[in-house]
Ligand binder design. Structure first.
Ligand code: PMP
Length: 462
């Protein structure tokens, strides 16, 4: 409780074994965050830092909302825990399920709780395979995901994620397949965005036919890909994907762990792209990260089969539907609704997207893209012809460190800088963010021109 009085180095002993404790508090080492308010965090040395990542795409309502702490305390004092295993439920878990069923797209009416996005997606894999077993098509086992997709870090969900998550620890497991992402800027194509969207979706049909439609259980996608590089699909993409899923009876899973709860300017990105998923996963913004909780929202097609044809689905976690997490999530949703944070994300998001375009003239910036309060700045070695850095990620990491030195948190996914701030962001916050981002880009550019970045010797002066 005396964190403010401790020096960074005093805390080094207590850190996770995989954190570079030697470097703690030193140049390039982990920074210790001690408090937060609104859209800002403070480190142990008292530096005030603008959080352009809302924690890890999760603190949608912003920091320091006492209402959530009070809701947690009230629930702790009333019923701190009860499970969902003995034909039991709790009042907050039921109220939250009602809210989720009411707010998610029509037909998604059944809620299964878990504790993280990974657990929710892991649950979905078992659930859809069980569904097909009950439907007498047990051979439908394969789930198709996408390159640059991210669905979690368990063995199953890392397998579901794109190849950037594969290759360590026996991942991918068998039973998963991946198609290209609708990543126009990364593609070598002459097509316009809409034609490219159709072509990218068509890859799903080709893969289904290659594998055999009777082997494919489901397709999973984030409506806008997040951790894999912030990829916004062309408008034509999701409609075509849905027509293909329908044609072959393949279940459609929308992973709205990042996009849910207002980030794109709608409550769920499924509304934005008119996606009607059979199942949806939610986490992060569900509690604005104040406590761990996630949910699988199951549509009637899958739920009715499991309820009417199945025996008990033997699956659940000790902390599924934890009453304190549910109470916090309910208060979080109340704040998002009462304070119009989804509408704010739409308005301030439009401003962010417009202002982001001002960075296009920067010699390092190949593309800016985004939607709502999701933004990305992709850095390139050369604009024309477009050439990516061969030192994949070095320059992005350097830029991220410059941001941090300028009191701004932005994430680097390889050489793409990611913006995903709290939804209570104002236009003044956007101005502050972009001013700091431009400074970081200038410093990174200066490093490049001075050949200070390892592995990059020749820089085109653009
Ligand atoms: N799905 C998506 C789209 C995510 O972005 C993440 C986390 N970044 C996850 C799933 C996994 O969530 P968690 O880290 O809570 O397990």
């Amino acid at each position: 409780d005396n964190a403010q009085n401790l020096r960074q180095s005093d805390l080094a002993h207590y850190m996770h074994p995989f954190t570079d404790t030697e470097a703690l508090g030193k140049e390039g080492g982990a920074r210790i965050i001690t408090r937060a308010e609104g859209a800002h965090i403070w480190d142990i040395s008292g530096n005030k830092i603008l959080d352009g990542m809302a924690g890890l795409w999760c603190v949608n309502i912003g920091y320091g909302r006492k209402e959530l702490a009070d809701a947690a305390a009230r629930q702790m004092n009333t019923l701190p825990y009860y499970n969902s295993f003995f034909k039991t439920a709790t009042v907050p878990s039921i109220e939250l399920a009602e809210q989720l069923a009411a707010r998610t797209p029509a037909g998604l009416n059944h809620v299964f709780y878990a504790n993280s996005g990974s657990e929710a997606n892991d649950t979905i894999v078992r659930m859809v395979r069980y569904y097909w077993e009950l439907e007498g098509e047990a051979q439908r086992q394969i789930i198709i995901g996408r390159n640059h997709g991210y669905h979690g870090s368990t063995s199953v969900t890392a397998s579901l994620s794109g190849p950037h998550m594969h290759g360590q620890g026996g991942v991918p497991l068998p039973g998963f397949s991946h198609i290209a992402a609708p990543y126009l800027f990364g593609a070598d194509t002459e097509l316009d965005a809409e034609a490219f969207g159709i072509q990218a979706a068509q890859a799903l049909e080709e893969r289904i036919l290659e594998l055999g439609a009777d082997k494919v259980a489901a397709f999973i996608g984030e409506p806008v890909q997040g951790s894999g590089g912030m990829i916004v699909p062309p408008a034509s993409y999701w409609g075509k994907i849905q027509r293909i899923c329908k044609k072959y009876g393949v279940l459609l899973i929308a992973d709205e762990v990042i996009t849910g709860f207002g980030r794109t300017g709608k409550w769920f990105a499924s509304e934005l792209y008119d996606i009607k998923p059979d199942l949806m996963t939610l986490a992060k913004g569900l509690s604005s990260g104040y406590l761990p909780i996630s949910a699988v929202i199951v549509g009637d097609r899958v739920a009715n089969t499991i309820i009417h044809k199945g025996s008990e689905f033997v699956h659940g976690f000790t902390y599924s539907g934890h009453p304190v997490s549910c109470a916090v999530a309910l208060e979080n949703i109340r704040i998002i609704a009462d304070e119009g944070l989804v509408e704010n994300a739409a308005t301030v998001g439009d401003y962010l997207q417009t202002r982001l375009r001002d960075l296009k003239d920067h010699p390092l910036v190949g593309e800016v893209r985004g939607i709502g309060l999701l933004g990305a700045i992709e850095l390139v070695q050369s604009k024309s012809p477009r050439r990516f850095f061969e030192t994949k990620g070095e320059v992005g990491t350097r830029c991220r460190d410059h941001c941090f030195a300028n009191s701004l948190v932005m994430r680097a996914v390889r050489d793409t800088m990611i913006i995903s701030p709290p939804l209570m962001f104002s236009k003044a916050h956007v101005d502050e963010l972009l001013e700091k981002a431009r400074k970081a880009l200038d410093s990174t550019w200066a490093d490049l021109c001075a050949n200070k970045i390892e592995g990059i010797r020749h820089v085109q002066s653009a």
